[in-house]
Design a protein around this ligand. Structure first.
Ligand code: CA
Length: 429
C-alpha cells in the first residue's frame, strides 16, 4: 500500500487550523482596499472545507511555481520531495508546518506570500482558505498557535504514520456575496495542493542487553573500543556505536515509500531471500543514509538516468544475520557498516520499469552501453555516488565489487557498495 493510498483510504480529518473569522477586519489592514464581504458558510466550517477540498483535489504536491505549491516543513527543514520518510526516535515530537505559495494570478502580492501567516492575512481579502491536516486515526496532532501541528510518537514506537496537509483557496462567487457549501454555486477550489510525510517511529535498542528486540534476535554488537578492534574503528569509535533505534519492517511498513522511488522493503531487502522472510524484522536506518540517497537520486536524475532503475541488493544486516551469513560462506567484516544502517549494495537494473520483470531479483544492467555487464557499469554508479558525497560533504566507502556473494538469486552480479562511515575510502573486490 502506497502512502498516498494510506492517506486517502484511512485517514481521519483532525485539525482545522484557521478560518477567516473576521474578513472585514483583515481588509482594513490591507491598503484600505475593499473586497466582497464573505458570509460564513451555513454548514459547520470544517465540514464545509472538507467537502470543498475533497471535491477539488486532483493533483498531489510538487507543483511548479507557476502553479503554486505547498511545502511541508519538518522540524523547521523544508521537504523538497513530494514523499519522504522521516525517522522519529521513541517519544519524540515532530513539528510540521505547511508553507503555502499560491499560484500566480491568485495573489495581489505574490512576493509577500512566503509564509503561512502572510498568506492567511492576504486571503482574507478575497477568499476563504485553509490548510487541512490529516493523520491516521490513532495519531494525535496537536495544533500550535502559529499554524503548525505537532505529531507525537507513541512511547512504544514501531509503527509508520502518514500525515498530509492540503491547502485550498476557495474563492467567493463574484456578486453572490455568499459561499454555499453544496451545489453548483461553489466551483472546485480556485487552487489546491497537497503534500505528505511518512513518519517512521523507532524502537529503542539497548546494546548492553541480550541482543533481543521485541522477540527478534538482533545480536550483540562488537565492542568498538576493544583493543582487538581494528585501528580505524578504535580511532573513530563514535561512528561504530551500535544503533540505539530500530525500525519495524513488517507487512504494514514494507510498502511505505521512504523516498519517491524506494519503499522501506526495497531499501531493506531480505538478507536470506532463499528462505521465507520473517513477518517482522527490526532494521537500523541511519538518517544520513536517507539524506545521502535523496541527494544521490538527484544526481542520478541530473545525469540523465531513470530513478526507477536503482535497486538495492543489501541494506541492513544485523550482527546475528552477519554470523549466519558467515556460516553460509558469505563473509562481512566484523565491523561491517551494514550493521549500522548506513550501507547499501546498489545496482542499476533497467528491468525495474518493466511490469513483468519488476519483481525479478536485482542484477546489474549495462549502464555503459557497451553490451556487457561488468564492474565498469558499477563504476559509473560510483562516480555519481562520489559526486554526491563531494556535493553534500558526507563521506564513506565506495566499493566496486565484481560478484555479489548472496545468498539468493542476485548472486554473482557486479554491484556498488556505498557506506557513510565518515571518511572517504575506496576498494575493489
Ligand atoms: Ca557495460
Amino acid at each position: 500500500m502506497r502512502p498516498v493510498d494510506l492517506a486517502t483510504r484511512s485517514l481521519a480529518l483532525l485539525a482545522l487550523l484557521f478560518m477567516t473569522a473576521s474578513p472585514l477586519a483583515a481588509e482594513e489592514e490591507h491598503n484600505g482596499e475593499t473586497a466582497p464581504a464573505i458570509a460564513a458558510p451555513d454548514v459547520e466550517p470544517m465540514e464545509f472545507l472538507r467537502q470543498a477540498v475533497t471535491r477539488g483535489i486532483a493533483r498531489s504536491a510538487a507543483l511548479t511555481e507557476q502553479e503554486g505549491s505547498l511545502t511541508l516543513e519538518v522540524n523547521g527543514e523544508a521537504m523538497r520531495l513530494a514523499s519522504r520518510a522521516v525517522l522519529v526516535e521513541p517519544g519524540d515530537e515532530v513539528r510540521l508546518r505547511a508553507v503555502v505559495r499560491p499560484p500566480r494570478g491568485l495573489s495581489t502580492r505574490p512576493e509577500s506570500r512566503t509564509s503561512l501567516d502572510d498568506y492567511r492575512g492576504l486571503l482574507r481579502q478575497t477568499s476563504i482558505s485553509e490548510v487541512l491536516w490529516e493523520a491516521e486515526p490513532d495519531d494525535i496532532l496537536l495544533p500550535v498557535p502559529d499554524g503548525s501541528v505537532v505529531w507525537r510518537a507513541g512511547a512504544s514506537g514501531g509503527g509508520a504514520s502518514y500525515v498530509s496537509a492540503q491547502a485550498a483557496e476557495l474563492r467567493a462567487q463574484r456578486g453572490a456575496g455568499q459561499i454555499h457549501s453544496t451545489g453548483a454555486e461553489l466551483a472546485a477550489p480556485a487552487w489546491s495542493a497537497r503534500a505528505g510525510v511518512l513518519l517512521l517511529s523507532g524502537v529503542a535498542f539497548d546494546r548492553t542487553g541480550d541482543g533481543i528486540l521485541h522477540g527478534q534476535n538482533v545480536g550483540i554488537y562488537p565492542n568498538e573500543r576493544s583493543g582487538s578492534a581494528p585501528r580505524p574503528v578504535r580511532e573513530h569509535a563514535h561512528l561504530y556505536t551500535p544503533p540505539g533505534v530500530f525500525y519495524r519492517l513488517d507487512e504494514r511498513t514494507r510498502d511505505a515509500r521512504i523516498l519517491p522511488h524506494l519503499t522501506l522493503g526495497e531499501l531493506m531487502p531480505a538478507v536470506f531471500p532463499d528462505e521465507s522472510e520473517p513477518e517482522v524484522r527490526y532494521v537500523s536506518i541511519s538518517p544520513r543514509l536517507l539524506k545521502f540517497l535523496e541527494e544521490f537520486y538527484a544526481e542520478w536524475i541530473a545525469a540523465g538516468h531513470d530513478p526507477r532503475h536503482v535497486a538495492v541488493l543489501r541494506g541492513f544486516v544485523s550482527p546475528t544475520e552477519r554470523l549466519r551469513l558467515e556460516r553460509r560462506g558469505v563473509s562481512l567484516a566484523e565491523f561491517s557498516r551494514f550493521q549500522y544502517g548506513d550501507a547499501v549494495a546498489l545496482v542499476y537494473d533497467p528491468r525495474r520499469t518493466d511490469e513483468e520483470e519488476r519483481g525479478a531479483p536485482p542484477r546489474m544492467g549495462d549502464l555503459t552501453g557497451d553490451g556487457e555487464v561488468t564492474t565498469e557499469d558499477a563504476e559509473v554508479m560510483a562516480e555519481i555516488a562520489k559526486d554526491t558525497m563531494d556535493r553534500i560533504g558526507m563521506y564513506g566507502g565506495l566499493g566496486i565489487v565484481e560478484s555479489f556473494q548472496g545468498p539468493g538469486p542476485s548472486e554473482g552480479t557486479p554491484y556498488l557498495h556505498v557506506d557513510l562511515r565518515g571518511w572517504y575510502t575506496t576498494f575493489r573486490e
